[in-house]
Design a protein. Structure first.
Length: 320
């Protein structure tokens, strides 16, 4: 795993495109509105994380979030079960048939950015501050101009290390405290393609991703205050052999974990889809989604009082 990790770290160290403020020093600006359930929402996507490895691989941070929060190990991604189509659905709330992104490479020169509204765009329009830290160049399709106060992704090379991504995200969080923060961790997928899913290098990559989640939570405690933010941890797809992208269960099944302010403990049903992440983020902030959004807020993950606040703010009653 040392060799593949070294290649990823080098990619992150060599080149990244940053949109937004060049420095992370605190600056004064308009005060963002209060969120319905929490003022700060963090979404962490662990690329290629199969839900059935969390327990046997002793991913301690994720296990703690599951124990203390709400979770499903039976959530489903979209088809094709690939990084770019899935993340586009995750962050827009619509399937590939609607957002049109079915390719899985950086084609921003040809196609530009995604044409449907993202959660960043919708939250920003309501005055919330937004930031996204992508570890793959292809996810630049989600960097819509004007939708993100700060964003970064690799450029010349394909993948940025979790160490670099998380270091930048946690430093930014310390100074800017965004209302909506997205962090993408690529290691499990890289190990899966290089060595195979369920191999020893893949197990090590899952543990590194798990540790990275812990670092993000520690930084969030310092930036926002413990218990004053809500987290969703999920994945874009699973994998089998050295690939993914099919409708096979090992590719389609993903974890979905909610933890923090407003969350109630318990295992969730199997009907969660990756598009529900976008709907849940907007619902937590009190932002009404667009008419064509197909995702639904995962209300069952939250307490009755949190559901009441979110329903009142959005004007939409979501059944738990």
């Amino acid at each position: 795993m040392r060799s593949i990790s070294g290649k990823i770290v080098a990619a992150g160290a060599l080149c990244a495109v940053v949109v937004g403020s060049a420095g992370f020093a605190a600056e004064k600006g308009p005060v963002p509105p209060r969120g319905a359930v929490a003022d700060h929402v963090i979404v962490i996507s662990i690329d290629g994380l199969r839900p059935d490895v969390i327990e046997p691989y002793r991913a301690r941070v994720l296990q703690r979030l599951m124990s203390e929060g709400a979770y499903s190990l039976d959530a489903q991604t979209v088809y094709p079960s690939k990084t770019l189509p899935s993340h586009t659905s995750m962050l827009t709330g619509v399937p590939p048939e609607v957002h049109g992104v079915t390719w899985n490479t950086d084609q921003t020169d040809r196609h530009g950015v995604v044409g449907v509204p993202t959660v960043f765009e919708l939250a920003k329009a309501q005055g919330f501050t937004t930031a996204a830290f992508f570890s793959k160049a292809k996810l630049k399709h989600l960097q819509k101009p004007g939708s993100l106060d700060h964003t970064q992704a690799p450029t010349l090379l394909d993948v940025m290390s979790a160490q670099r991504t998380v270091e930048d995200a946690t430093r930014y969080m310390q100074f800017r405290r965004p209302s909506l923060l997205f962090v993408h961790i690529a290691e499990p997928d890289a190990a899966g393609h290089s060595f195979g899913w369920l191999t020893a290098p893949y197990r090590l990559a899952v543990r590194r991703a798990d540790a990275a989640v812990g670092e993000i939570l520690e930084a969030a405690d310092r930036a926002y205050g413990r218990g004053r933010y809500t987290v969703i941890v999920t994945a874009d797809h699973g994998g089998h052999g050295r690939d993914h992208g099919t409708d096979h269960g090992d590719d389609m099944q993903i974890p979905w974990i909610a933890w923090g302010a407003g969350v109630q403990q318990g295992r969730l049903g199997p009907d969660i889809r990756t598009m529900d992440t976008a709907a849940t983020v907007l619902w937590l902030l009190g932002v009404t989604g667009p008419a064509n959004i197909e995702g639904q807020a995962v209300a069952a993950a939250y307490t009755p009082s949190a559901r009441m606040l979110a329903d009142r703010a959005t004007g939409v009653i979501v059944a738990p």
